[in-house]
Every structure is written in structure tokens, then in C-alpha cells.
Design a protein around this ligand. Structure first.
Ligand code: CP
Ligand code: NVA
Length: 339
């Protein structure tokens, strides 16, 4: 067995630098196998439960296709399909699912719920996003950065926008573990919570990553190699729409910001976004926002979204390869550990 066998992925802070690096490299390897049509059925005959309290395109699709490519059967269990949270406790649901499924993905609100699923199911549980963390996204994101720059050394990632959401938390802590410099550039009211900063600083002291939390855009984005943003209003906080639109305008990822990095003429600048992105009004949601708030673009402009710097669709594809790596490492019956 490997160091990964039987483990859950609930939050990045539970994994060491070399473990995260292993998952990134394994993801790149699995991407090659897929490209050359080489079978990689590490989960032959297994059953995987996919629990979703919140909606999803990428995470659901990645877990589904990854499961099938690995030889497993995925079963989607949406919030309205099962008893969890209404008629049944998390503990009881976990015990039942653990007796039938070999692994469980959970996306929802509470971090405590994904922890309880892991505690009581007895099988690996993978956090597909909670209000606090988005760890499977991190493997895809740092994989994408490594593919683009060849290594994670001397990389400065600047996240602009809502500095208090799951993505900001995960990027800050994961970058700190991996030795990637991370800056959170956000209005003070949306700075990360102290607990998150404490975790990150602890890891940075070991890895040598330089961290910065600032509300100053000029200072924050200067020297950026990765400009990263996320929605201004996360799932579950729709009531905060108006205040966020007002507060976050100066942190929009636009061409002016690109030019403030100083790296716009080099090959050392890319743009990432976990998606979904609000870059035009050509969606039902977008039309609503345009009518109510007169806003056409939010966290990223359409110009940047379609620019030569944009890598968000590679990043999205990498969700599948990295989720394969995570599932195969923790549950795979053919997995050979690195020495
Ligand atoms: N990035 C991401 O998690 O996308 P979905 O919400 O579509 O799964
Ligand atoms: N912060 C976003 C991420 C979506 C992948 C949300 O939680 O809605």
C-alpha cells in the first residue's frame, strides 16, 4: 500500500508538500495515458457515490468521466434525491453509503459534514467543494501552472476579488505548502480569516513561499505570473450580490490590471479562473444582473477571458485528470507508490 491508500481528501492542509507534488505529477502522467488511449483502470469494479448539495458542471463531470475511465461506476446523488439533511443524519447516511460504495465525493456547504462523512463511512471521501475549501480544484490548478511554466519554482500567484471564499482559502494554503508565492488582493472587508492566514504562514515558513495580503491593486499584482480570480458571489451567498458588486469593482481582472503586472510582454503571465465565470451577460443569470445592477462584466472582462493569457479551459480539463489521480492514489488497487 502507498501513503495515500484509504485516505480522504478533505482539506489541503492535511497533505504534505511531497504528497501534493506527487498528485500533481500523477495527474500529468494520467493525462498522457488518456491522450494516447492507454487504459488506466485503477478502480476496476469499484462503486463511487457523488453527493451534490450545490450545483456543478466541472466537478460532477470530472468525477463521472474519471470514474468511468478508471473502471468504476459513478452514482450521482443530488440534494433532492436522498434523505441526507432532511430525514437522516450525516452519520447514518455515511454508514449506509460506506457499506455499499468504495469511495464518496461530497460537494456542499459545511466542512463539518464532509468530515463526518469521512469519519463514519470508513471509505475515502473527497471534498468536491465546501464553503471553506476546494482541494480537488487545487491539484488541477497547480498542475496547470506546472504545465505552463515547467515548474512551480519562482512563481507568484495573485488572487484578486473575494478574499474570504473557498478558492482564496485553498489557493493561499496550497501555494504556501508548495512554495508558490501567493498574494490575496482584496478589499479589507474581504481579507481571509486569521485562522486561514495562520495555517498559510506556518506552511510558508517551511516552504519559503512569500505571502502578501493587500487591498492595494498596484502593489498586489506587480510581478504576478498567475492572475487568478473567482466569482464575486459564491454559491449560497446570493443575498450579498449588491454589496459585492460595489465593493469589488476595483478588483476586476481587466486589461489594465494585466498591464500592471509588468509581465504582460513575457511568457511568464497566465490567467486562471476555476469557472463558472461572469464575463458577459449572455446567460440567464447575467441578464438578471444587467437589468438589476447595470453591470455587464463582473470579476473578469470578456477581453481578458478570451486573451492570449487565458488558460481556464485547460484548467477545467485538468479537473478530470487530477480527480483521477486523487481517486486512484487513495483507492486504486494497482497503485504503485513512488520510492
Ligand atoms: N470549478 C468548479 O468547481 O466548477 P463547478 O462548480 O462547475 O463544479
Ligand atoms: N467560490 C465559488 C467557486 C465555484 C467553483 C463558489 O463557491 O461558488
Amino acid at each position: 500500500t502507498s501513503v495515500f491508500q484509504g485516505r480522504s481528501l478533505l482539506a489541503e492542509k492535511d497533505f504534505t508538500r511531497s504528497e501534493l507534488e506527487y498528485l500533481i505529477d500523477f495527474s500529468i502522467h494520467l493525462k498522457e495515458l488518456k491522450k494516447h488511449n492507454i487504459p488506466h483502470r485503477y478502480l476496476e469494479g469499484k462503486n463511487i457515490a457523488l453527493l451534490f448539495e450545490k450545483t456543478s458542471t466541472r466537478t460532477r463531470s470530472a468525477f463521472t468521466t474519471a470514474s468511468v475511465d478508471l473502471g468504476a461506476h459513478p452514482e450521482y446523488l443530488g440534494a433532492n434525491d436522498i434523505q441526507l439533511g432532511k430525514k437522516e443524519t450525516t452519520e447514518d447516511t455515511a454508514k449506509v453509503l460506506g457499506s455499499m460504495f468504495d469511495g464518496i465525493e461530497f460537494r456542499g456547504f459545511s466542512q463539518k459534514m464532509v468530515e463526518e462523512l469521512s469519519e463514519f463511512s470508513g471509505v475515502p471521501v473527497w471534498n468536491g467543494l465546501t464553503d471553506e475549501w476546494h482541494p480537488t480544484q487545487m491539484i488541477a490548478d497547480f498542475m496547470t501552472i506546472k504545465e505552463n511554466f515547467g515548474s512551480l519554482e519562482n512563481v507568484t500567484l495573485v488572487y484578486v476579488g473575494d478574499g474570504r471564499n473557498n478558492m482564496a482559502n485553498s489557493l493561499l494554503v496550497t501555494g504556501a505548502i508548495l512554495g508558490v508565492n501567493v498574494r490575496i488582493c482584496a478589499p479589507q472587508a474581504l481579507f481571509p480569516e486569521q485562522e486561514i492566514v495562520d495555517y498559510a504562514e506556518g506552511f510558508a515558513a517551511e516552504s519559503g513561499a512569500e505571502l502578501m495580503i493587500t487591498d492595494n491593486v498596484e502593489e498586489g499584482v506587480k510581478g504576478a505570473n498567475v492572475l487568478y480570480t473567482d466569482v464575486w458571489v459564491s454559491m449560497g451567498e446570493e443575498d450579498k450580490f449588491e454589496e459585492r458588486v460595489k465593493m469589488l469593482q476595483p478588483y476586476q481582472l481587466n486589461m489594465e490590471m494585466i498591464n500592471k503586472t509588468g509581465n504582460q510582454e513575457t511568457d511568464r503571465l497566465i490567467v486562471l479562473h476555476c469557472l463558472p465565470a461572469f464575463h458577459d451577460t449572455n446567460t440567464q443569470y447575467g441578464k438578471m444582473v444587467e437589468e438589476q445592477f447595470g453591470v455587464k462584466e463582473m470579476e473578469i472582462t470578456d477581453e481578458v477571458f478570451r486573451s492570449k493569457y487565458a488558460r481556464q479551459f485547460e484548467e477545467a480539463e485538468n479537473r478530470m485528470h487530477s480527480i483521477k489521480a486523487i481517486m486512484a492514489a487513495t483507492l486504486g488497487n494497482l497503485f504503485i507508490p513512488r520510492t
